[in-house]
Design a protein around this ligand. Structure first.
Ligand SMILES: [Zn+2]
Length: 291
C-alpha cells in the first residue's frame, strides 16, 4: 500500500471534511491502541497529499473524553504524517481574543481527569520534553498564512484543556483566567502529548467561538456558538487550503522529529519484547538489532 501523506489535519467541532480534496480515499487503519475516530481521509489539496481525520467521528458522535487520541495519532503516524494541524473550537478567556478570531497557542495547561496520555508503559518508559508543547515552526506558518488571508490570528497563548463535556462554570472560567490561560478547550490533551511522543510537529488553529462565561452579558449561548462555529469553519477551510501546501514545502528544521532521542529510559535489553514490538512504529529505530 502506498497510501502516504506527510501532513495531517485533525478536525474539531464543525470540521468533518475538507472540501476541495481530490482523489479521495478512505483508509481504515488498524492500531495497537484500538479504533481511531473513523476512517482517515486521504486526498490531494493544491497538489499536496494530506490526511484528514475528524476527531469527534463522522457526524460528531464522540465526546472529548471518548476520543481515542492514541489510535488517532498512531493512525496518522502510520500513514507517514510528519506534521499535524489540529483545528479546535475554543472559548476565549481574554477580551482581545474575540469570537471568529484564530489563536495559535504556544502553551498548554492540563486540567483533564485521567485521560491516557502516553503510548509508553507496559515495560517501556519514556519521558519526552514538553516545555514547548506546540511546534514553533508549524505554528508560525499557521499564523502567517492566516494573516495573509486577512484572518485575525493571534500568535501564542495558553490553552487550558478541561475535561468537559459541560462548558465551564463561572468560577471555573474565572479560575482559568487566574491561571493565566487565554483560551479553553477540551481536546488538546492528550493529543499534543501523544503527537510529541510520535515525533510529529503539532500546531493548532484554535477558533474562538465565544467568551466562555466569565464575561458578564456574554455568557455561552449554544445557538450563537453554532453560528460562530460555522463562520469559523469556513475560515479554517480557507486557512487549510493555503497552509497545507505551505507546510509541505517548509523544510523541517525543528526538534519535533527527534523528540524520542534520549527520552527512552528503559534499556533495549530490558524492554518487554511484546511492548517493544507493539511500539515498533515509534521506537524501532532505537531498538532494532539491540535486543
Ligand atoms: Zn516541529
Amino acid at each position: 500500500m502506498t497510501e502516504k501523506a506527510k501532513i495531517g489535519v485533525l478536525g474539531g467541532s464543525g470540521l468533518y471534511e475538507i472540501p476541495g480534496l481530490r482523489n479521495v480515499r478512505r483508509v481504515q487503519v488498524k492500531t495497537p491502541f484500538g479504533e481511531p475516530s473513523g476512517a482517515v481521509t486521504l486526498g490531494e489539496l493544491e497538489g499536496v497529499d494530506c490526511a484528514f481525520l475528524p476527531r469527534h467521528g463522522q457526524g460528531h458522535v464522540l465526546l472529548p473524553s471518548e476520543i481515542n487520541a492514541r489510535a488517532n495519532i498512531w493512525a496518522l503516524k502510520s500513514l507517514g504524517v510528519e506534521r499535524l494541524i489540529a483545528v479546535s473550537a475554543v472559548g476565549s478567556l481574554k477580551e482581545e481574543l474575540a469570537p471568529r478570531h484564530f489563536v495559535v497557542p504556544d502553551q498548554l495547561i492540563d486540567r483533564t481527569k485521567g485521560r491516557t496520555s502516553t503510548f509508553f508503559g507496559g515495560g517501556i518508559v519514556a519521558h519526552v520534553t514538553f516545555d514547548r508543547p506546540f511546534c514553533a515552526e508549524l505554528s508560525k506558518l499557521l499564523c502567517e498564512t492566516a494573516g495573509g488571508l486577512g484572518l485575525v490570528a493571534h500568535s501564542g497563548g495558553t490553552y487550558v484543556c478541561m475535561e468537559g463535556p459541560q462548558f465551564s462554570s463561572k468560577a471555573e472560567s474565572r479560575l482559568h483566567r487566574q491561571l493565566g490561560a487565554d483560551i479553553v478547550g477540551m481536546t488538546a490533551i492528550p493529543e499534543a502529548k501523544l503527537a510529541r511522543e510520535a515525533e510529529l510537529c503539532y500546531a493548532m488553529a484554535a477558533l474562538v467561538t465565544d467568551y466562555d462565561c466569565w464575561k458578564e452579558g456574554e455568557e455561552v449561548n449554544n445557538e450563537q456558538v453554532i453560528q460562530t462555529l460555522n463562520a469559523n469553519v469556513a475560515n479554517a477551510i480557507r486557512l487549510l487550503a493555503s497552509a497545507l501546501p505551505a507546510a509541505c514545502a517548509l523544510p523541517r528544521r525543528c526538534r519535533c522529529a527527534r523528540a524520542l532521542e534520549g527520552a527512552i529510559f528503559t534499556s533495549p535489553r530490558n524492554m518487554d519484547r511484546k511492548a517493544a514490538k507493539r511500539l515498533e512504529l515509534l521506537i524501532g529505530r532505537f531498538t532494532r538489532g539491540r535486543r
